[in-house]
Design a protein around this ligand. Structure first.
Ligand SMILES: Cc1cc2nc3c(=O)[nH]c(=O)nc-3n(C[C@H](O)[C@H](O)[C@H](O)COP(=O)(O)O)c2cc1C
Length: 200
């Protein structure tokens, strides 16, 4: 059976200037060497209305609707792998990714408290394998209170997915990386990418 891979772009940078897009492209390039048959579905959250919608008191009753929630949950159930590229924005994932997750984290669809031991949820996306590819302007460790990579790992695991070792490309706003072409800059973590692609 062919692998079906959903590639989520959660960056708000122009495509050609985005380090997380470059990281994603490098990962796919390496993964294709191992699995040339895989099919890809590209989901750029900039182009998805649902990722622009924040949950509020006024839209709470209609937020989890067919077009904004079930379409995307079904998409997650129709693929067996997800690659998600996401930069840090103000110490967390981008608003686009937060809105996406807000829509797909739905009880009894992607996780359940039914039949679980006290206080523990059961993830329902058991067949999914996820590769997290993150970036941040600052080097890792400048502010450990903000860790979008761990946030994403924990969130996908909560939904039952098996999460591969994430690859973080940190320090994109620091010289000389800030002046480099993203496609060249991400080659610094090529070994990590190759290792992750082999395990994906
Ligand atoms: C609105 C905004 C907020 C940001 N907040 C942070 C931050 O809190 N910490 C950080 O290290 N970098 C921060 N950055 C820098 C980005 O993480 C960095 O430039 C990243 O490479 C941009 O995304 P890209 O992967 O598409 O290039 C921020 C950038 C933007 C545009």
């Amino acid at each position: 059976m062919k692998n079906k891979i959903l590639v989520i772009n959660g960056s708000v940078s122009p495509i050609e200037k985005s380090f997380s897009v470059a990281l994603t492209n490098l990962f796919i390039e390496e993964y294709k060497k191992i699995d040339p048959q895989a099919e890809y579905i590209h989901l750029d959250l900039n182009n998805e209305e649902m990722a622009h919608k924040t949950l509020t008191r006024d839209n709470m009753a209609t937020y989890f609707n067919e077009n904004d929630t079930f379409k995307y949950i079904n998409q997650l159930k129709e693929v067996n792998k997800v690659i998600i590229g996401c930069p840090m924005n103000n110490f967390n994932v981008t608003g686009l990714v937060k809105n996406y997750l807000e829509h797909v984290l739905l009880a009894n669809e992607t996780f359940s408290y039914k039949y679980s031991k006290k206080g523990e949820a059961i993830g329902l996306l058991k067949d999914l394998k996820v590769q997290i590819l993150t970036t941040q302007g600052a080097p890792f460790g400048w502010y450990l209170f903000g860790n979008h990579t761990e946030f994403l790992k924990g969130t996908w695991e909560f939904m039952g997915a098996k999460v591969n070792s994430p690859v973080l490309f940190a320090g994109t706003k620091i010289a000389p990386v800030d002046k480099q072409n993203p496609n060249e800059a991400v080659l610094q973590v090529k070994d990590e990418i190759i290792k992750a692609a082999k395990e994906f």
